[in-house]
Design a protein around this ligand. Sequence first.
Ligand SMILES: C[S@@+](CC[C@H](N)C(=O)[O-])C[C@H]1O[C@@H](n2cnc3c(N)ncnc32)[C@H](O)[C@@H]1O
Length: 204
Amino acid sequence: MTELFEESYLLNEMRNYAKTNHIPIIAPEGASLLLQAILARQPHVILEIGSAIAYSTLLMAMCMPPGASIITIEINDDRIETAQEYIARSGFASRIQLIQGDAAVVLPTLQGSFDFVFIDAAKGQYLDYLNKIKTRLAPQATIIADNVLFRGMVRSDAKPPRRFKTIVKRLRDYLHFVTTHPEFTTQTYEHGDGLAISYYQRSE
Ligand SMILES: C[S@@+](CC[C@H](N)C(=O)[O-])C[C@H]1O[C@@H](n2cnc3c(N)ncnc32)[C@H](O)[C@@H]1O
């Protein structure tokens, strides 16, 4: 997996682009967990919420099984344009559908079911995203949410700075939901900015 990060010319270029242009992309430790989960789950249809320049999209594409596809949603016009260029150069264009728009609006319009979901968009909306796609989760879907420990604030007893109060509260709400709801089994990892991996088991 380390080889994938280091040897892919395109991914390397994307990391440099992200750094130069201050685009947030998944941290290497989180990326490694994400890829391990893709390899373990072997999903057929992946949903990504928050593509940015499609760095994590292409990481997942490089590890997904033959025939699998990705739907990815991004709200920012400039990032969409850059993502489209990278996807076009990646060789995975026919297997990736990039949707422009607010995930809160796009999610209820999606058809089909997803066996792997990567949530990495507006941090205050994770629970809302999950609720919007819950009926679209395949039995035994895997859901990964990035940044769930948000700079260490989510598990800290200290009061978060005022501007992060809502995000921290909502991330706590998300973690509470996926760790207590009977249909989800969740493990939270401290890698990167915190990653929650939830395994969905639909009750009959
Ligand atoms: C952390 S970045 C995604 C990084 C990407 N997953 C990666 O690791 O390469 C979060 C992205 O979510 C997008 N975003 C924020 N709110 C959104 C929304 N309501 N709907 C869709 N995308 C959104 C932002 O524009 C940003 O590009």
